[in-house]
Structures are given as structure tokens and as C-alpha cells.
Write a protein that binds this ligand. Structure first.
Ligand SMILES: CC(C)(COP(=O)(O)OP(=O)(O)OC[C@H]1O[C@@H](n2cnc3c(N)ncnc32)[C@H](O)[C@@H]1OP(=O)(O)O)[C@@H](O)C(=O)NCCC(=O)NCCS
Length: 189
């Protein structure tokens, strides 16, 4: 399968915050933003693999600042890594106020994971990703760690199998010691 670059999946969605998008404080309702981010990131994942994709998990969503009614919201989604059937997409959210200055600031960020599926909903393989810029390379490197954490939280992976996560907390020698200790405990029944 032909590898693709992150820029091939870049998806930009621009919205304006109208009264029916807001909460009681006249700021953007979080659920609406999640929906916009899901939509942009699903298109991005589809652009990478050209197949049907379904949202499998949403991580690292942070609502760092309120987004007032009238703001122009730009959502930029780009694939950060592709595994066997799953695709991680980074979403960056910017807001632009409606003053003469039209100041643009980064407001939010989220990481979505999609799985490419066939017509019956069974996972299928996706093309690999080749990161190009420094930021793309950094996001690519962290993706396996995030995948392992998501799988542990979903009860689909045992912490002892999370090699990348272990490497974050322990030195190679400590990992060998831990594995030996685990083996000894198992042997002793
Ligand atoms: C996503 C879905 C297809 C995965 O099915 P599954 O039986 O768990 O499939 P597998 O265990 O074979 O995993 C398939 C891939 O999903 C990944 N995955 C599964 N659960 C995950 C989770 N919680 N977080 C991150 N990735 C996950 C696996 O790591 C695997 O990736 P890989 O092939 O790149 O290694 C299935 O759970 C599904 O259809 N969910 C509903 C999706 C949906 O309807 N979303 C819309 C929102 S309601």
C-alpha cells in the first residue's frame, strides 16, 4: 500500500458560533465543538485511507478557553500516524474574534482515533504515514504511546505489554529486572 504524507490528509473546517451553538453563558457548547472536530478528523482519516472509517476513541480533548458567540472557529485535522487498521488524527482548533483586529488564537486540541472498516464493519489495513515536518515527526513518535494507553484504558491491552509506556517510566535495565521478577513469580506459581 502506498504511503501517504500528513499534508495529503489536511482538512480545514471553518464555522461561525451562532446562538444555537452556545451554552447558557453564550459560549460555544462543548458537544458542538466535539461534533465539528469529529467531522473534520473523520474526513482527514478518510483522505488518508480512502475507505470507510469509524471513530474508535477520542483522547486528549482540552477546552482551554471559552469560545464566545460570534467567533469564527477554524478546525485543522491531520493524520499523525497510521497503524494496521487504525489511524490517529490530531485536531487543532483556532478562534478568530470579530473585531477589526480579527485576532486568531489557538483555543483547543484533541486526538481522535479511527478504524478503517469494510462494508461489514470489519477492520481493514490502511497505508502507512510518512511524517515530514518536525511537529509531524514529534506527533508520529508519541502515537504508539497514546495507542497503548487508550488500549489499556479500554481493557484491551495488559499494562505489561505496553512497551512504549514502560520505556517512559523505566530504564532498559529496570524493564529487564521487572520482566525477570514477573517470570520468577509465574514460575513459583
Ligand atoms: C472500532 C472497531 C471497528 C474496532 O473493532 P475491534 O473488534 O475492537 O477491532 P480490533 O480489536 O481488531 O482492533 C482494530 C483496531 O482498533 C484499535 N482499537 C480498538 N479499540 C481501540 C481504542 N479504544 N482506542 C484506540 N484504538 C483502538 C486497535 O488497536 C486496532 O488497531 P490496529 O489494527 O491499527 O492495531 C469497533 O469497536 C467498532 O465498530 N466500534 C464502533 C465504532 C463506531 O460506531 N463509532 C461511531 C461512534 S458511536
Amino acid at each position: 500500500m502506498k504511503a501517504r504524507t500528513p499534508k495529503e490528509s489536511l482538512t480545514i473546517l471553518t464555522e461561525i458560533v451562532l446562538p444555537n451553538d452556545t451554552n447558557n453563558l453564550k459560549n460555544l457548547f462543548g458537544g458542538r465543538l466535539l461534533s465539528w472536530m469529529d467531522r473534520a478528523s473523520a474526513i482527514s482519516a478518510h483522505r488518508h485511507c480512502k475507505r470507510i472509517v469509524v471513530t474508535s476513541s477520542v483522547n486528549n480533548v482540552s477546552f482551554n478557553q471559552p469560545v464566545p458567540q460570534g467567533s469564527i472557529v477554524t478546525i485543522e485535522a491531520k493524520v499523525s500516524r497510521a497503524f494496521t487498521s487504525s489511524i490517529e488524527v490530531f485536531v487543532d482548533v483556532y478562534i478568530e474574534d470579530q473585531t477589526v483586529a480579527g485576532k486568531k488564537t489557538k483555543a483547543n486540541e484533541a486526538i481522535y482515533t479511527f478504524v478503517a472498516v469494510d462494508q461489514l464493519g470489519n477492520p481493514i489495513n490502511v497505508p502507512p504515514l510518512i511524517p515530514e515536518t518536525d511537529q509531524e515527526k514529534k506527533r508520529y513518535e508519541g502515537a504508539l504511546r497514546r495507542k497503548q494507553l487508550a488500549l489499556i484504558l479500554a481493557g484491551k491491552m495488559k499494562p505489561k505489554d505496553a512497551t512504549e509506556l514502560k520505556a517512559l517510566f523505566f530504564s532498559p535495565e529496570e524493564i529487564v529486572n521487572l520482566e525477570n521478577h514477573e517470570k520468577e513469580s509465574k514460575d513459583q506459581g
